[in-house]
Each structure stands twice: as C-alpha cells, then as structure tokens.
Design a protein around this ligand. Structure first.
Ligand SMILES: [Zn+2]
Length: 467
C-alpha cells in the first residue's frame, strides 16, 4: 500500500503537486507546479516545500505549462537530485518555459530591489534564476508515450497522450508494494476534442484510483466550428473597416491553434489580411518545437499542414512574418491597416501586446480579439469588462477598437468530455477531482452522480489517501 498526498491544485487551478510514497520507501513527486494569479498565491511559491526535496527519488511531469512545472528550478535549488521524467516534447518545451520564467523572476527582483534600495530596505532574491533553471534542465529524462518505465524502486510510469498541448500526457503509475500492485491514473490536463492539432485524449480502462482535472467541470465549450466562423467574420469586418486586428495570445498552445486556423482561412481564400505578424520570440521557438514533433498532430490536420507546409506551421501560413528583434517589433507600429498582430502576453499583463495597444486600441477601425479567458484584475479583463479608458505603459488610452471574446478556443476538456473520458474506466475506480475551482468541481461531482451514478471525492489541501 502506498500513500498519496494532495499538495497542490487542490480546489484551485494552479500549483499542481502530488506526492506518492510507497511503504518500501520510494518517493515520487507528480508535478511541481507554480501557483499563479493573485499576489498571495504567488507568494505561496516562496514557502519551503512541505517535504524534503533531497528525499524524492524522481519527479514525473504531465506537461510543460508552468502551473505544472514552474517550481522545478526551485526544487533542484532546494536539494532534489533525481531525474525529471516527461515526454520528449515536454522536455523540449520546459526549456523554453522555465528559462522564460527565470528571466521574469530575475527581472521582477531587480525592479523591486531598485525601489527597496531607495527606501533603505534589504534586497530580495528572485524565486529562482537562470543558473538554477539550467541545473534543473540537466535532470530531464525523456520517455516515449506508451512504454512503462521504472522511475523509482517499485514504481513505474507510462505516459499516454492527453491531447492538451504538444507533449501533454495522462500519467499511469503502477505501484508494486509488498506483493500488491496498485494502479493510479492522473489525467493531467485533458485536451478539448474540438481543438485543432492535438489528438484526442487516450481512453484508459484500468485503474484503482483516478485523479481527474476539473477546470471546466461546470460547462461544455461552444463547438469550435462556430468560433472559427466568428473569427473569419471578424477578420472580414476589420478589413472593411480598414484597421488592424490584435490578438493577445499564450505562446505555447493557443498561438499554434491560431496559426492553424489562419492558415486554413488562407488556403480557403478567407483571409483578407496581407500580413500576419507573430510578435513573440517565445511563440516562434515553440513553433519550431511543434514542427519537430508534427508526427504527434491529429492525423487530418497533420495531412493538411504536411501537404501545404511540410509539417511546419510557419510555411502553412505564407503571410506569416516573424519579428525577431525589438526593432522589427517596433516597425509594426507604422502599419495602420491590413495586419493581424499576435503577441504575448495572453492576459495582457505585459509583453509586446501592450505596445501594440498603444498604437491601435484608441482607433475605432481596429479590432481586438481575445481568444480566451481573461483573469480578474488583468488589463485584458478590464477591456473585456468595457473600461472606456485603460492605463498602458504609463499612459491613459481610450478603448475605441471593437472588442471580441471567442469562447471556443479552450485547450481543456469541457464537462461532457471529462465525463466521457472517465466513463471508460471499468469498475468505477476511486475518483478524486483535482485542478479546478470548488464550485465547478461540485457541479461536476453532481453530474458524475446523476449521469454515471459515480461518487467523486473532492480532496482537501494536504489530505492523504492510501492507495
Ligand atoms: Zn495545462
């Protein structure tokens, strides 16, 4: 019998972390996510780990998003010396994401220390730095999908495609302890079967205990064909209005979905714009990784991109222009119409998108498209909520551009897709809902009971169960 402790992403959506301990002494950390969102959440990242990092045999990672991987450099800096297991694509993507995260940590600490010095206050240290991150990256050990591998004595792991972002995995853990074999399945983040590029999440049928994410446990997503048509219509309207189209987007996942759809419009003769700027060096590097792993794409989408772009999203969309330097980025400011500009950050909290806001947001002929949820308190959310003016780069700017929110771009399974995925397990294993807000989990819990007559548990932070 083994012990599982629910450490993070419990009744919330960030900071994924679970500790698995066998009676024979193996300790495996499943995820090492960063908490994101409000200031108090982010401060929690600075707390010591609730276990001794040096005592952990191995880390197993479901995918590259920072809310699942973001504290790995800190874990290594705190004494962890074992391997970090993930799929090949995840191993490549975390290099991009963790180094970017380290730069942000270093930059934030430097900025804070400037005003602290003026107040005579002591300096703060970044949560982690580039050196910590490089040390963590050396511990990566890629594993293919579908092959069991012993990650610690008596504990083996098999990754299955989760269809969420490139490299994302459902993690199946087999625990051999005192002549007993138990199987734990962690869904990771499950993909939305309507979203492009990624394959559908793999169905599994055997488990003793299942941990399932529940981000969208309370609702189904709109069908993406409707969303795609809506996007095409916005692009036509922007063309008629004679303005630019701004799309704030996350560099990994969302941006590649957008490039896929824009490429489709181009090949169908539905893209009136002459230029699509991808103003995000990180998204560009992610594109290169996506191109290397295009054999993992959904078969139909892959065939299209193969035929018209040799498997590379950058060739699939001929009007695409990549802006490498800050000068290239600034040159876009001179373009007043006919351009689509995709830039970070996804929630408009910083990055290059805010510079494009300065030049376009006050112009009524421009259009601003949010392809996803904007969290409370962010600049993006203010605009979505209808603020007549916003503060951008120390200036007040009127919001005259037309604002659109597209709901169908989620990379997460909706309620029915979650229920469908879990219904494939035989004999109703013990089910625990994780990675979701409490209200949404309760809705999903009710649906699981009424549709499948299945009792799902909602664990408390720090709760332990015997597997
Ligand atoms: Zn994710």
């Amino acid at each position: 019998m083994a012990l599982l402790t629910f450490l993070g992403a419990i009744q919330q959506v960030t900071g994924s972390c679970y500790l698995l301990e066998s009676r024979e002494g193996s300790r495996v950390l499943l995820e090492c996510g960063m908490r994101q969102g409000r200031r108090e959440e982010e401060q929690a990242n600075e707390q010591p780990f609730p276990f001794d990092p040096a005592s952990i045999n191995a880390v197993v990672l479901s995918h590259a998003h920072l809310d699942h991987s973001g504290l790995l450099p800190r874990l290594v800096a705190s004494g962890f010396r074992g391997p970090i297991f993930a799929t090949h694509a995840t191993c490549e993507l975390i290099e991009l994401m963790l180094l970017d995260s380290a730069h942000i940590q270093e930059h934030d600490a430097e900025w804070e220390n400037k005003w602290r010095a003026r107040l005579g206050k002591p300096e703060v240290k970044p949560l982690y730095n580039t050196v910590d991150t490089e040390r963590a990256l050396k511990r990566r050990q890629p594993l293919p999908y579908g092959q069991a591998h012993e990650v610690a004595p008596g504990i083996s792991v098999t990754f299955h495609n989760a269809g969420h972002i490139l490299g994302s995995a459902i993690v199946e853990l087999e625990i051999h302890d005192h002549h007993l074999t138990r199987r734990l399945v962690f869904s990771g983040d499950l993909g939305n079967t309507c979203s492009p590029l990624m394959q559908d999440p793999t169905f599994l049928d055997r488990a003793d205990v299942v941990l399932m994410e529940s981000t969208y446990g309370d609702r189904d997503h709109r069908c993406s064909e409707e969303t795609i048509d809506e996007l095409a219509e916005i692009l036509q309207q922007a063309h008629r209005d004679g303005g630019n189209v701004l799309i704030p987007s996350f560099a990994v996942g969302r941006t590649q979905d957008l490039l896929y759809y824009l490429g489709r419009f181009y090949h169908e003769g539905r893209l009136p714009q002459q230029a699509v700027f991808l103003d995000s060096p990180m998204a560009n590097r992610a594109n290169q990784i996506y191109a290397r792993f295009h054999d993992q794409f959904d078969e139909q989408d892959r065939a299209l991109i193969q035929q018209n772009g040799n498997g590379d999203l950058r060739k699939w969309l001929p009007p695409l222009r990549i802006t490498a330097s800050p000068e290239d980025s600034m040159a876009i400011n001179r373009i007043k119409s006919g351009a689509i500009i995709i830039a970070g950050s996804g929630m408009c909290t910083g990055g290059r998108i805010v510079h494009h806001f300065k030049h376009n947001l006050w112009r009524s002929e421009c259009h601003l498209v949010f392809p996803g949820f904007q969290a409370a308190g962010t600049l993006g959310r203010n605009i979505v909520d209808g603020a007549p003016t916003v503060r951008v780069l120390h200036q007040r700017i009127a919001v005259k551009a037309k604002v659109h929110t597209l709901g169908g771009f989620s990379a997460h399974a909706g309620q029915s897709q979650l229920i469908d995925w879990v219904s494939h397990f035989d004999h109703h294993p013990e089910l625990y809902l994780v990675h979701g807000e409490l209200e949404k989990m309760k809705v999903l819990q009710g649906e699981l009971k009424s549709r499948l007559n299945w009792d799902a548990n909602i664990p408390e932070p720090g709760e332990q169960i015997v597997i």
